[in-house]
Ligand binder design. Structure first.
Ligand code: ADP
Length: 157
């Protein structure tokens, strides 16, 4: 649409970092690994419209896998399948990035991977009486970066 806008986006994104474009924790839809895929849960997932859902255990700061929404077509809500038996456990191909990682580098990383989604993780060492702990700051997808490059919102599907 706007060529000048796209060029500005393309020139500036390389100097930006993950936290500038990520979807923050508060707006990230996740599932609890100890929940079951009931009719209501499945409906809630479909309603979000997202294709990948981070799955956490005990705390939202402890994401242990990703649920691919397209896989839900194989399940019967009557069975109330445990989410645990459903997720793809994190392997090498799921990315974790730092909030201040450079967007240009993360773009290259995400393109290599399969899921095009990364968790944005940070270390909290504010309280020096305690051990530093990992905290989740949000998620970032290929689309978040592309949007920044184009300098405009992509109309999704
Ligand atoms: P999808 O294919 O699920 O629509 P995209 O990669 O196209 O996801 O990303 C679209 C926007 O939605 C991005 O801003 C991304 O950060 C955000 N997003 C993706 N998955 C989730 C989720 N589970 N919860 C909240 N936001 C999400």
């Amino acid at each position: 649409k706007d060529t000048a806008g796209a060029m500005t986006g393309a020139l500036t994104y390389k100097n930006m970092s993950v936290e500038d474009v990520m979807t923050p924790m508060e707006r990230t839809f996740m599932l609890d690994v100890d929940d079951k895929l009931s009719f209501e849960k499945i409906a809630a997932v479909f309603k979000t419209g997202y294709s990948r859902i981070p799955v956490y255990e005990i705390s939202r700061h402890n994401v242990i896998g990703l649920l691919f929404v397209k896989d839900l077509i194989f399940i019967d809500p009557e069975d109330e399948v445990p989410i645990r038996s459903f997720i793809q456990i994190f392997g090498r191909n799921v990315h974790v990035v730092w909030p201040n990682d450079n967007l240009g580098e993360v773009l290259a990383e995400l393109k290599k991977g399969k899921s095009h989604l990364a968790l944005v993780r940070d270390v909290d060492n504010e309280d020096d009486t305690k051990d530093p702990v990992y905290v989740m700051r949000g998620i970032i997808t290929l689309e978040d970066i592309i949007e920044k490059i184009i300098g405009d919102s992509i109309v999704d599907e």
